[in-house]
Design a binder for this molecule. Structure first.
Ligand code: PRX
Length: 651
């Protein structure tokens, strides 16, 4: 693979091939083995975690319509918190498990595995003191502080199911998710801190619980800022007060492999959010294994995933995967631009981060601020960079590689979903050559296929709907208390296969590029194109920082293309630039896909996890600004007002 360098391909550097967990040959052999005999493959790799009672069965899964059932390692028992903490104590009791970097750069904490052990046992006993037992659900509404990890691991320790919500969730959303998860206990903080601003978490909980007077019995409040907050007698307790009254020790509960570990609501960028259920054994095996191989994790690495902990990326790659592997993981409370646009790079130098994992939205916004902010730091500790959450366009990829990675760090563009639990399609550093804009190949045990609308499998080079033909251990098991909707949402469109909802392109080397949600495909005069492809071409223009493209109805062509464009700092919107962008796309993609409308925007509507909310953009393009539907995850409403005021299709 290394010998013939193709244009636009970054071959595996020699040093990487020699050092990484796997090289091209081993990767191929492992992949083939994982598909040929999943029982044997996962039977072997399942042993990477500690089992109280070892499993005797490995894979017991069916995607058959009406009978979808997913079980892994079913008769084994284990405990996730034991695996992430207790198991490491002899060898790494004094190693730092969590580095915490607060919103203010002066706030730093280093928590060793032994300290984590003590904290999690206290937390577990506090939850028990509030009546929480195996199988009960606990809603976590916490900022990015170590207590978020303690609370998650404490739930895991006693067999409670956590449902973590973003600290930016407004009260209405909070209320509906507490109710959907049927939580009797809510854990929150007095306030959160983010980019120098205060998040009124306790105030929001109070507002949410006004709507649910009978459901929640206890609110546990962590003191983050120490601001005085209203405490309802009998219901609200400071964590510190409860902790004083409970014992220090808490042995882990013996959990079945298929007992639920957590519920997570999907980002909801399209339809009503779904409460995805992940279970214990298979999830942990998969999170730990992907963390090791995808990030080429070795002892001594400092792993920093910038996602919110309440996102699947945070669950799997801040908390469970790294800690199961005995890693040092960094939790960052702030934002990339506070106190300055060099914050990410300052944190990397300060804590000697070696593995850095972030989202294209952050990369693009930092790219828009120029290279100087990056160059004031050495970034010498970095070994590997990762990207997740949406397609990364080649221009941003190249910038990330050259400016942040100094040209020496591989980038893993990892594709996965809340539903998949862990990464499914990704390059493996040391084993796969990299192609900017492509997520690479399937991870071990993952069988992707491209199908057309009729469900026929497309071979070789193709563009189609991405399905996964067989189960992997990290897969979601059901939707919380709604197995019927689970089958309907994911297994009905292509019976016998898991439908991801994404479109993808496969090239001659078998690499996959995700072209966006299938619902986002635009069809102009019978020619289909994924929004991601148009957006990637737009941001390749030197003046463009971000772009979102949607289709809107056109009498003759079926659909026409409407683009929202955010310019880089210092650029000004003009008709000339608008025309230039239209010609740019005609040249890059072809004249069929001539953009009809280009609206310059100050920002794009996004979810808390940074995803563009396209259904809002579609409605604005259609001039139906009163029909936005679910906006519960919108993080920046002011941007929407600006978009509406400046819309181009006014009737
Ligand atoms: O459309 C894909 C996009 O994000 C969706 C999953 O979103 P969520 O459940 O919030 O999980 C986010 C954490 C992975 C996918 O269906 N997506 C995610 N990663 C990529 C991506 N699109 C392109 N490239 C990626 N690397």
């Amino acid at each position: 693979m290394n010998g013939n360098k193709k244009a636009g391909v970054y071959p595996v550097p020699k040093a990487w091939a020699e050092r990484a967990s796997t090289d091209a040959q081993r990767r191929e052999a492992m992949y083939v083995a994982s598909i040929a005999n999943p029982d044997q493959f996962w039977g072997e790799h399942g042993k990477r975690i500690h089992w109280i009672k070892p499993y005797s069965t490995v894979k017991d899964t069916s995607f058959e319509p009406g009978k979808v059932s997913i079980r892994w390692f079913e008769d084994g028992t284990t405990n996730v918190s034991y695996n992430c903490i207790d198991r490491h104590l002899t060898e790494r009791g004094d190693q730092v498990a969590i580095i915490w970097e607060g919103d203010d750069p002066k706030d730093v904490a280093r928590i060793t595995y032994r300290e984590l052990y003590a904290q999690v046992m206290k937390w577990a006993n506090v939850l028990r003191s509030q009546g929480i037992r195996k199988g009960d659900s606990v809603t976590l509404y916490l900022p990015m502080i170590p207590e978020a990890a303690y609370a998650m691991l404490a739930c895991a320790r006693i067999g409670a199911i956590h449902s973590a919500l973003s600290s930016q969730c407004p009260p209405e959303v909070l209320a509906s998710r507490i109710a959907d998860a049927a939580s009797t206990v809510v854990v929150t903080a007095d306030q959160g801190l983010r980019g120098g601003r205060k998040l009124e978490l306790k105030v929001n909980v109070d507002a949410a619980l006004d709507k649910l007077p009978k459901v929640v019995k206890t609110v546990i409040v962590v003191k983050r800022t120490g601001a005085p907050v209203g405490m309802l007698k009998g219901r609200d307790h400071y964590y510190d007060d409860l902790a004083e009254t409970v014992p220090d020790q808490c042995p882990p509960e013996e959990m079945k492999a298929e007992d639920p570990l957590f519920v997570l609501f999907t980002s909801g960028s399209t339809s009503k959010p779904k409460a995805v259920v992940h279970t214990t054994g298979g999830y942990l095996v998969y999170a730990a294994m992907t963390h090791q191989y995808v990030f080429d994790y070795h002892d001594g690495d400092i792993h920093w995933c910038t996602a919110e902990i309440s996102w699947i990326t945070g669950h799997s790659y801040i908390v469970y995967g790294p800690l199961a592997n005995g890693a040092t993981t960094l939790i960052f409370e702030g934002i990339p631009t506070y106190p300055s646009a060099s914050r990410y790079w300052d944190v990397i130098d300060k804590h000697k981060v070696s593995l850095f994992y972030t989202a294209p939205t952050a990369i693009r916004s930092l790219m828009g601020r120029g290279e100087d902010a990056v160059k004031s730091n050495s970034l010498a500790s970095l070994r590997l960079l990762g990207s997740v959450g949406e397609p990364i366009d080649p221009k941003s990829w190249e910038w990330y590689h050259r400016v942040v990675g100094g040209g020496r760090c591989p980038i893993v563009d990892t594709w996965f979903q809340t539903e998949t639990g862990g990464i499914l399609i990704t390059p493996l550093p040391g084993a796969t050559d990299l192609k900017p804009g492509s997520a690479g190949s399937p991870f071990f045990g993952v069988k992707p296929e491209l199908v057309d609308e009729a469900g026929d499998v497309l071979d070789g080079v193709a563009h189609g709907n991405l399905v996964i033909a067989d189960s992997w251990p990290g897969q979601m098991r059901t939707l919380y208390r709604d197995h019927e909707r689970f089958e309907q949402e994911y297994f009905s469109r292509y019976p016998g296969k898991y439908f991801t909802g994404d479109g993808a392109r496969r090239d001659a080397d078998g690499y996959y590029s995700i072209t966006g949600r299938v619902d986002d495909v635009i069809n102009v005069s019978g020619h289909r194109i994924g929004t991601a492809e148009l957006e990637s071409a737009l941001v390749a223009h030197a003046s463009v920082s971000e772009a979102a493209v949607v289709g809107y109805p056109h009498e003759i062509k079926g659909q026409d293309i409407y683009a929202y464009v955010v310019l880089i700092d210092g650029e000004t919107a003009s008709d000339e630039l608008r025309n230039e962008l239209v010609s740019w796309i005609r040249r890059a993609i072809g004249p069929i896909f001539t953009i009809d409308k280009v609206q310059f925007a100050v920002g794009l509507p996004k979810t808390n996890s940074g995803k563009i909310i396209r259904h809002i953009l579609r409605k604005i393009a259609e001039d139906k600004c009163t029909e936005f539907g679910d906006t519960s995850t919108l993080s920046n409403p002011a941007v929407v007002d600006h978009l509406i005021d400046n819309r181009l299709n006014r009737k």
